[in-house]
Write a protein that binds this ligand. Structure first.
Ligand code: 13P
Length: 255
């Protein structure tokens, strides 16, 4: 990677369970032609089925390198009798750079908790890929004033990891897909807290990126990027259309 991604703003599109061969190609083709955004680390996170397609499509670097990101990975390493699973080794084999771990939808629908997330992070690190841990409180936890306690518990999976690179996405569950966005004060407060937690758990000599996620779009991105300790965005719905995703990349470049 020519640029130091730990100094760039990250804009990663989490496509979730969306996309198809034809539409993916069209979107990636347009993104490859996006004007130079050297202050931005751009990533696309398609469904596992399309990782190889996206990776192949981003190989010809025109103006920007685009990173291939996976939405999840198996808790099991290597190969074996685990029907339906895809290992970190396989992700590396097809050219994945970054792997999302612990998205709240994984916890909501698949009951994934800290123990499983820890195994996944270790698998990803062991093959030399970069985990992006997603954390965020529920509406109830926010209403009860327990948002930091909830996030601190989720971050505790990072303790003792053999890495100096920590990428986290703060995604308040109540802001995901709802059009409700956390206030700048709420984001600033939580991002600073996450920085402090990582530093105290993992030592002072670490690289950190903390992305915000939850209803980020072309209208609010510039405002969000102006908040201290916001190192980028993990974008759901607005990453599915070129115009909105491109506008968010521009906002990051200009931040
Ligand atoms: P939306 O941007 O659609 O709210 O999704 C956010 C998200 O969950 C990204 O991982």
């Amino acid at each position: 990677m020519e640029h130091n991604i730990w100094q760039q703003k990250w804009v990663i599109g989490n496509w979730k369970m969306n996309g198809d061969l034809h539409g993916n190609n069209a979107l990636v083709h347009k993104l490859r032609n996006f004007p130079v955004a050297d202050k931005v680390c751009i990533g696309i996170s398609p469904p596992t089925m399309y990782l190889l397609q996206v990776h192949n499509a981003v190989q010809i670097v025109l103006n920007n390198k685009i990173h291939t990101c996976a939405q999840d990975v198996s808790r099991f390493a290597g190969k074996g009798a685990y029907t339906g699973e895809v290992s970190a080794e396989m992700m590396k084999d097809v050219g994945v750079d970054i792997v999302l771990i612990g998205h709240s939808e994984r916890s909501l629908y698949f009951n994934e908790k800290n123990d499983i997330q820890r195994l996944k992070i270790e698998n990803v690190l062991n093959v030399g890929l970069l985990p992006l841990l997603c954390v965020g409180e529920s509406l109830k936890e926010r209403e009860d004033g327990r948002e930091k306690e909830a996030v601190a518990y989720q971050l505790s999976v990072l303790k003792g990891l053999k890495t100096k690179n920590f990428a986290v996405a703060y995604e308040p569950v109540w802001a995901i897909g709802t059009g409700k966005i956390a206030t700048k004060e709420q984001i600033a407060d939580m991002h600073q807290f996450i920085y402090e937690e990582i530093l105290s758990l993992c030592g002072k000599d670490v690289n950190i990126r903390v992305l915000y996620g939850g209803s980020v779009n072309d209208k609010n991105a510039a405002d969000i990027f102006s908040v201290p300790h916001v190192d980028g965005a993990l974008v759901g719905g607005a990453s599915l259309k070129y115009e909105s995703f491109a506008a968010i990349i521009s906002a990051a470049q200009e931040a």
